[in-house]
Design a protein around this ligand. Structure first.
Ligand SMILES: C[S@@+](CC[C@H](N)C(=O)[O-])C[C@H]1O[C@@H](n2cnc3c(N)ncnc32)[C@H](O)[C@@H]1O
Length: 206
């Protein structure tokens, strides 16, 4: 199989049929803004019974990920798309979302573009299979604090949190490209896991 087959060209065609794309009923984990793909490639190698999908907005970046994906890594698919369209690509099939070092959009007038704004959380409601689960890592304290508030006021419970992930006892951490750079510089990595149960999830959709 050529590595380019990991790239899904018309993702909207597969809305509600992603398990068929993978040919199994394993959980599906999505990383939004995957960059060059290091995090997902390592996850897909370590966890063959989980399906991974990476979303990336820019051709120039996703090309680098496509080049790196091993030819036989069948549990990883890549999509070039803007996360704004995520609810047109997935419906009720996704088990969790990773937001790793997402763009911080520091200006207040751009906060709605943050991937943890209520605008995006509303879109995510449509894609989760049952409970909504979001993992976030960032070096940006302002984005992190914003996310804690945004997730909490939207009905998520923060189940795990660290203000210094790499000096915590969370064991073996699979790092992203940006994370490797920040850790080498000695920067703190902020980390959270947020969960919203199916009941509150359905209420939000009303
Ligand atoms: C700062 S980089 C982090 C890359 C990678 N997750 C890491 O930790 O090394 C953010 C990435 O998210 C992508 N991105 C930003 N906004 C996006 C969106 N709305 N939809 C899809 N990708 C997006 C950018 O193009 C960029 O590659």
């Amino acid at each position: 199989m050529d590595s380019a087959t990991n790239l899904i060209l018309n993702p909207k065609d597969n809305i509600t049929s992603w398990h068929e794309v993978f040919g199994n009923s394993n959980p599906i984990h999505v990383e939004i803004g995957m960059g060059k793909g290091d995090f997902l490639i390592e996850n897909a190698k370590r966890y063959p019974n989980i399906n991974f999908i990476g979303i990336e907005k820019f051709d120039s970046v996703i090309v680098r990920a496509i080049e790196k994906v091993p030819k036989d890594l069948n549990n990883l698919k890549l999509i070039r798309m803007d996360a704004k369209e995520i609810d047109e690509v997935f419906a009720n099939e996704i088990d969790c979302i990773y937001l790793n070092f997402s763009d911080p959009w520091p200006k207040k007038r751009h906060h709605d573009r943050r991937l943890t704004s209520h605008i995006f959380l509303r879109k995510y409601d449509h894609i989760f299979k049952s409970d909504a689960v979001i993992y976030q890592k960032t070096d940006n304290r302002d984005l992190f604090e914003y996310s804690v508030v945004s997730l909490s006021t939207y009905g998520y419970v923060i189940e795990d949190i660290s203000l210094d992930l790499h000096n915590s006892d969370r064991g073996d951490i699979i790092m992203t490209e940006y994370e490797k750079k920040f850790v080498a510089q000695g920067d703190n990595i902020y980390y959270l896991v947020a969960k919203k149960g199916i009941q509150s999830h359905k209420k939000m959709l009303k």
